[in-house]
Design a binder for this molecule. Structure first.
Ligand code: ZN
Length: 258
């Protein structure tokens, strides 16, 4: 089965890209959707992401980092023309649902770029400016009006909403264009969710068909994350079709790739 990592960040650490590629080769991960969140997250820039995508074609898909309230719709159009195929949104200046951001979502829908929204609490680097960040602006339910207003826009709620996992799950249940990823630190809330049983949240028939695989963590932990995920889906007796959707099918469909 093909595996695509739909949620990978490139940190400012030297060799991150090469280490990621090494792990991808070792674990048969064919592609990774990568983004750089800039200095506020000790991460690389959009420009560096584009260079990486071009240098290692066809292994990476560029996800363009946007900060709603800072990024313009025109910038999204430019990003698409440069070769980005996905958007990664985090730390909006106002709630994601704010009407003033609608041109961004409209541009993404028109260009066929799926958006991965960070949902849940967020931590920025120590050195970042003292910007006011309210994680409630990134609550999964902030995405509801966006999903309603842009029915052809594919949306991924990153980190399964964090501690708002129940809300993220219910939105994915009720909206055809909303998916979740179950990324997070190895010993963080992922482990807690597995202890509780993820099927408590994803409880309805075919609920797991709304999940996309992503790693999010540093390359040296990817092997463990992949194993944890595979073991979980084995334990939950998911059928092959559903596993295929999680590990590559959903993201391929969103990005229109084979
Ligand atoms: Zn992320």
């Amino acid at each position: 089965m093909d595996i695509i990592d739909s949620h990978a960040h490139i940190s400012a650490t030297p060799d991150h890209v090469l280490e990621l590629l090494t792990e991808m080769n070792r674990l048969n991960i064919s592609k990774a959707c990568i983004s750089g969140l800039g200095s506020m997250f000790d991460s690389v820039s959009n420009k560096e992401i584009l260079e990486t995508v071009e240098k290692f074609k066809p292994r990476f898909i560029g996800a363009y980092f946007i900060r709603p309230g800072v990024t313009s719709a025109l910038e999204i159009q430019d990003a698409y023309e440069q070769g980005f195929r996905m958007l990664k949104a985090v730390i909006p200046k106002k709630p994601y649902s704010d009407q003033s951001f609608y041109p961004l979502w409209g541009a993404a829908q028109r260009l066929g770029m799926p958006i991965m929204f960070h949902t849940g609490l967020v931590t920025v680097s120590e050195s970042s400016p003292r910007d006011i960040i309210l994680s409630l602006d990134m609550h999964p339910i902030q995405i509801e009006p966006i999903a309603n207003s842009f029915p052809d826009l594919n949306i991924i709620l990153a980190h399964f909403g964090g501690h708002w996992a129940k809300d993220a799950a219910e939105l994915a249940r009720m909206r055809h264009n909303v998916y979740v990823d179950i990324t997070g630190e190895l010993d963080g809330w992922r482990a807690k969710l597995d202890e509780e049983g993820l099927d408590k949240y994803l409880w309805w028939k075919n609920a797991f068909q709304n999940v996309v695989f992503g790693t999010y963590i540093f390359p040296d932990q990817i092997k463990q994350v992949l194993k944890q995920d595979k073991d979980r889906y084995e334990r939950l007796n998911l059928d092959e079709e559903t596993k295929e959707m999680i590990f590559c099918g959903n993201i391929k469909k969103m990005l229109k790739i084979d």
